[in-house]
Every structure is written in C-alpha cells, then in structure tokens.
Design a protein around this ligand. Sequence first.
Ligand SMILES: Nc1ncnc2c1ncn2[C@@H]1O[C@H](COP(=O)(O)OP(=O)(O)OP(=O)(O)O)[C@@H](O)[C@H]1O
Ligand SMILES: O=C(O)C1=C[C@@H](O)[C@@H](O)[C@H](O)C1
Ligand SMILES: [Mg+2]
Length: 173
Amino acid sequence: MAVPRYILMGPPGSGKSSVGRALAASTGLDWRDTDEDVSAGAGKSIADIFLADGEDAFRDLEEAAVADAVATHAGVLSLGGGAILRPATQALLEQAAGAGAAIVFLDVSLKAASPRVGLNKSRPLLLGNPRQQWLTLMEARRPVYERLATQTVVTDDLTPTQVAAVIEQGAQA
Ligand SMILES: Nc1ncnc2c1ncn2[C@@H]1O[C@H](COP(=O)(O)OP(=O)(O)OP(=O)(O)O)[C@@H](O)[C@H]1O
Ligand SMILES: O=C(O)C1=C[C@@H](O)[C@@H](O)[C@H](O)C1
Ligand SMILES: [Mg+2]
C-alpha cells in the first residue's frame, strides 16, 4: 500500500490546492486533489453535485475518493475542506500518520481567507453569507483539524510557495 508523503487539510481558502501544487513542484512528488478526483469521477463540477445530488451524496463520493487516494497515491494529497468530517476518513488519516505521512493543517483566519475565497460560486457551502458560513464551518472543524494534524502552518502572511517550504522544513526536522 502506498501512503501519501503529505496530506493537506484546512478550510476553504486555506490553500490546500495551491500549496499542494507548490509542494509537489518543490519536492518532485506527484500531486493529487480529492476534489478533482470526485469531480472527474462524477463527470460534473462539485457545485453541480451539491445542487443535483445534495451534500450527503457528495460526502459519500468524497469518502471513497479519499480512501482510494490514501491507499494508492505516494505523493502530495490535497483534501477537500470537509473531507475530515467523516469518521472513516479520520481513522484513515490516523493510520496514514502512523505509517509516516505528514498530516498538515493549513490554518488561516477569516480575514485572510475572505479575499482568497471571494464570492466564487464554485464553493457551494459558502453561498448566501460567505463570511458567516466560513466561520461556522471552521468553528465546527477546527478541533478535528487540530486533533488529526501532525503539523500546523498558519498561512495568513505566507505565499503558497512559502507555506510549501515551511512544510518541507517541518518534515525534515
Ligand atoms: N497563502 C496564500 N496566499 C495568497 N493567496 C492564496 C494562498 N493560498 C491560496 N491562495 C489563493 O486563494 C484561492 C484559493 O486557494 P485554494 O484553491 O488553494 O484553496 P483550497 O484550500 O484548496 O480551497 P477549497 O477548500 O475550496 O478546495 C486561490 O485563488 C489561491 O491562489
Ligand atoms: O469545505 C468544504 O466542505 C468543501 C470544500 C471544497 O474543497 C469542496 O470539497 C466542497 O466545496 C466542500
Ligand atoms: Mg482545493
């Protein structure tokens, strides 16, 4: 079984995808993003899955995509922001950490995340009142991110390339 070297988690706008790409470029590892896997598998965007099938259906697809990626991908893995909500995924991440994966929580404040996320309609959970929605989901998820993390990086004042460098240094320490 392959185990990802790095697994990135965090709320929308924390930079899971951007930092994942930067970390893959600097380490030479392959990059995979479970949001892209789910979207490719379903043949439609995540926003369309939420709209047509609902959040529970998306979470089922996401749980399966994470299980597949954790079992088969040896590089950098970016998760969707809410992937860690599923207990089976939490257990899988704990196992991956035991097998040597760095589980990285990309922390970010609402102030820094807001301009990154903007009013982009591709984030279905933030429709309506994006700032309040973001705060509510971060409050519920923070304890899970913190419990699962083997490394935490506060990303507010760093570029994705700088965050990737901090992660690499942490892995060498
Ligand atoms: N550290 C950063 N500094 C400045 N801008 C950033 C940083 N990280 C990400 N961004 C920008 O914020 C936006 C969202 O980043 P990204 O898609 O990587 O977030 P994400 O955590 O993967 O979000 P999602 O949960 O929706 O998948 C992008 O436009 C990206 O360029
Ligand atoms: O934070 C979340 O729950 C989400 C984040 C995105 O990565 C996507 O997985 C989807 O928009 C849901
Ligand atoms: Mg992403």
